[in-house]
Write a protein that binds this ligand. Structure first.
Ligand SMILES: [Zn+2]
Length: 452
């Protein structure tokens, strides 16, 4: 698209709400600078313009589970029984189904103000576990879905080599499993060649359950400098079994193997042991919290206060897609910590600090950091993806400038989203999605096929 100078009644810049400014974007959608509002070529009116949200951890296909796991499958229902239901849904999807389900999830994200998604992708093979003739078929389906919607994608290509620790993969896990580390790396190398300004590639080791530590270290070494993600210590049982099998907790195992550095993101990190917060802080790694999913799955509450206190960057993910709004994840980061510690404004350091700002940073710049992209802020040269919120929305109306971002983070929802711009293109305009007319019919058809 052509260069544009876009403005709105208020813009959130450098941690403050400002008026009379406009955002100048180059033809590549990157920020050229901030100029007076009077120079705008596109004025979006009574709206608050903010950097787009970055969803650092998503499994798009799990959108299919929406509403389908909230009935007790046994009296002590837990993460592991949920996982069986998730595996069954995953086991029924072909590559076209992955595209349809991912598109629906990405569309809902876009409508909620997400401009970049980090898709932790591990459905690599056909439902029966046989590799597709094109080893990238499933990854291409995710990339196509993001392209359909117009959302920016970091495809986090996930390596999965075994069942839980030393067990072979179950039938339901076989479609996740790479035949070997070499085969996984060949697929990653091929995906890297498909990178574009809108699609980048990161690497993940699924978990210490699904890969031996030697393989995790080899993958990290091979892709050093590229974002590297892992699920870590989400459930107490994972920590206990890891201790029993290796003598170390997952974080200690990864730290000793040299896997933690500034490009590493630990997803969840809910059940940390003494000293692990500081080991993570020393390494420079990011922790990605997925508050609504961790609540939905009964994972527990992680050490958010301690991580914040140790200056560990925290990003956010919608993970299992029970809720699909980064505003919701942002407010839960603070709200869960309030419930846990029985105090308020937990993610602050000094009197006068705004917990909303810390939550907003987690939704934006910290997510971008986790995905290795320069976004989430309006600085010259940065990706200028933005979202506007309606200042007349019932959740925001009447707020003065000092209260606006706190009202947004703690009280608004996707209803207030008016415009979403990704890569210089408005994919949502005036609250309506602009790019594809048919988006849910194929998804409804898919759910009927899968669930009857
Ligand atoms: Zn996950």
């Amino acid at each position: 698209m052509a260069a544009v100078i876009v403005s709105a009644a208020r813009i959130y810049v450098d941690g403050a709400v400002k008026k009379d400014l406009a955002l100048e974007l180059g033809p590549d959608g990157r920020v050229k600078g901030l100029v007076p509002r009077g120079q705008a070529t596109l004025d979006l009116g009574e709206r608050l313009l903010v950097p787009g949200a970055v969803n650092a951890h998503s499994h798009a296909f799990q959108r299919l589970l929406r509403g389908r796991t909230q009935t007790a499958s046994r009296t002590d229902d837990n993460f592991w029984s949920w996982r069986e239901i998730m595996y069954r849904a995953a086991g029924a999807l072909d590559a076209e189904g992955i595209r349809v389900a991912s598109r629906q999830a990405f569309l809902e994200m876009a409508l909620s103000g997400v401009t970049t998604v980090g898709e932790f992708h591990y459905l690599h093979h056909a439902p029966d576990g046989t590799p597709y003739s094109d080893p990238l078929a499933a990854a291409r389906a995710v990339i196509a879905a993001a392209g359909d919607v117009g959302i920016r994608l970091c495809l986090i290509r996930t390596i999965y080599l075994r069942g839980d620790f030393d067990t072979p993969p179950s039938d339901l896990q076989r479609r996740f499993c790479d035949g070997s580390l070499e085969a996984a790396c060949a697929a990653i190398d091929a995906l890297v060649k498909l990178e574009t300004p809108m699609v980048t590639v990161a690497v993940a080791a699924h978990s210490v359950r699904a890969m031996a530590i030697g393989d995790i270290r080899a993958a990290k070494d091979r892709y050093r400098g590229r974002p590297f993600h892992l699920h870590v210590s989400e459930q107490p049982r994972e920590v206990e079994v890891c201790l029993a099998k290796t003598g170390k907790s997952p974080v200690a195992l990864l730290a000793q193997a040299g896997v933690l550095d500034k490009d590493t993101t630990l997803v969840h990190a809910t059940h940390l042991r003494d000293g692990e917060v500081h080991a993570i802080a020393r390494s420079g790694a990011t922790v990605c919290i997925c508050p609504s999913t961790e609540a939905d799955l009964g994972d527990g509450l992680g050490p958010v206060r301690e991580l914040f206190g140790a200056s560990v960057p925290m990003a956010l993910g919608t993970d299992g897609q029970t809720l699909l709004s980064l505003l919701e994840e942002g407010r839960r980061l603070e709200m869960h910590a309030r419930l846990q510690h029985q105090r308020r404004n937990v993610v602050t350091r000094n009197t006068g600090d705004s917990s909303a700002k810390a939550c907003f940073d987690a939704m934006t710049v910290n997510g971008a950091r986790a995905l290795g992209i320069d976004a989430g802020k309006f600085e010259p040269g940065s990706i200028g993806d933005f979202v506007t919120y309606d200042l007349r929305d019932p959740a925001l109306v009447g707020c003065d400038d000092d209260a606006l971002v706190a009202a947004l983070v703690f009280s608004a929802d996707s209803r207030a989203v008016r415009d979403v711009c990704v890569g210089g293109r408005l994919i949502v305009r005036d609250g309506k999605y602009t790019r594809i007319s048919e988006h849910s019919d194929s998804y409804v058809k898919l759910t009927r096929q899968l669930f009857g």
